[in-house]
Design a protein around this ligand. Sequence first.
Ligand code: CA
Length: 219
Amino acid sequence: MRILLAEDDPHLGDGLTVGLRQDGYAVDWVKDGVAADLALKTESYDLLVLDLGLPRLTGMEVLGRLRGRGQTLPVLILTARDASGDKIAGLDSGADDYVVKPIDLDELAARVRALARRSAGRATPLLQHGEIELDPAAHRVTLSGVPVELATREFSLLQALMQNAGRAMTRAQLEASLYGWRDEPDSNALEVHIHHLRKKLGANVIKTLRGVGYLISKS
Ligand code: CA
């Protein structure tokens, strides 16, 4: 099991890395939000331990981008003792659990184990909506059993919408699923991808919510 640890405090980061490795986990440790965001986009992790107070991109921004891309890995946030609003905001933004600083290593290890158990059954499930089936692992989409050719960004967009079926996705969330932090999206690129997806999969699959974003309903 592979864990990404995002923590800028060198002593805490070092202690957590050592402690989690002793528990048998593979740990990659990054020290700022941009490095965390990049690692999450390019590597495969089973769990993210995320300090909310990170430089360059805050933990909340990292979390927003992660969930915006439709990535479902469990996230354990680390929050300051006096910031109870952070806990609520973090859980509302898609974190699964939290640990309050100063960190008790035994408590953190127990929460990591619990999240790992809970997520064991949901590794890359097939996504379905009506006659559309998306296989995240094989990077394959079929419509009524017939393979559909999608461009990379069309696939990412569809995956983000299907993983969040029933929830309105904002432009910013969807663009985060398509672009790296260096890329400047064209202002209408999202609409173009949506247009192509509708042509390939059916005009009514993706609904436009004026002033909000886009939605695939729960099938
Ligand atoms: Ca910090």
